[in-house]
Design a protein around this ligand. Sequence first.
Ligand code: FMN
Length: 362
Amino acid sequence: MTLELITAGESHGPALVAIVTGLPAGLVLDRAAIDADLHRRQQGYGRSPRQRIEQDEVEVIAGLRHGRTLGTPLALVVRNRDHANWEWGMRPWPPEGEPSGKGTKTMTLPRPGHADLAGALKYGLADVRDALERASARHTAVIVAAGAVAKALLMEIGVDVGGRVVGDDLERRVDEARAERDTVGGVVEVRAGGVPPGLGSYATKEDRLDARLAATLMGTQAVKGVEIGEGFALADTLGSNAHDEIHRDEGRGLYRETNRAGGIEAGVSNGEEIVVRAAMKPLPTLMQPLASVDLETREPGEALVERSDTAAVEALAVVAEGCVAFELARAAREKFGGDSLADFLAAHRTYLERIDWQPRTR
Ligand SMILES: Cc1cc2nc3c(=O)[nH]c(=O)nc-3n(C[C@H](O)[C@H](O)[C@H](O)COP(=O)(O)O)c2cc1C
């Protein structure tokens, strides 16, 4: 039993769609909680006016009845309200009548740092819009919705996942960058408490929880580095200061004084808090356009400036939280199985009794 996620949807198309398979039957979902995460993704210092157009809400069109999962594929839809302005330009079927609204002109100047050039070459596209529409981070809205569903499942086994921006000088950096018509990136951190030892496996590299968390975060737009626990800093540390010694006492059972490994050893959760960080590059669409070359005329030009954020680090923290939650929920489904929530919880309880493990609070 595992959890799978497939998504579809373009940035200015009619809607974004996520299908989640492998949920147990009987999980209660709270629409307001999913919408609250969608709202959080749209907040944050440095976002563009598009966030005022898109006030995302989830629609569920399959897999749920009266707020409870049916154990069948769950289909989540987030409509793109901005599609109204792109109706002709992004119509799925050949449009009739006079072009109107946005997205009607062929885009031939690829923006550096985006999917535009690589996508146009790879797929043989005359209009780079056909690449950028799917590559856009607008897609992360349904990732967050699926992450909220995963968090509901994790909460049932006492796992709590939270993302945040690392560093407290983001607003100053955004203000400075905006004044220069520039952009910034940053670092986000996701912590998950209450994760039992034994999620993931060292059996194959595909099973490793660290590899899976790194893949899901790297699979997110603009993420260029991932570290688990003390990550890159460990490279400069002596072995005697790099690991988490194991202790035991009657009250606490087995415990660690430190968590340098970020809760994962040999690709398996070790019962400590999971700590993962992701580095985000500065957003590639600048209000002072970067140099490019027109793919049609072969003449030098300036990359098109599409309405864009100065920073989206706070949004990434919410997206990263959803990604990590989904991957942990997937690993928990693999470990505890069960067609119904009751079966899943019973397997979790039996396992915790066997290993005599209590969640830690640090
Ligand atoms: C939440 C979020 C919002 C983003 N918003 C923008 C944006 O407004 N403008 C922009 O140029 N890039 C934005 N990006 C980054 C691009 O989507 C990304 O850099 C681009 O698709 C190329 O992918 P890569 O950076 O992973 O190579 C955003 C990324 C995230 C995660």
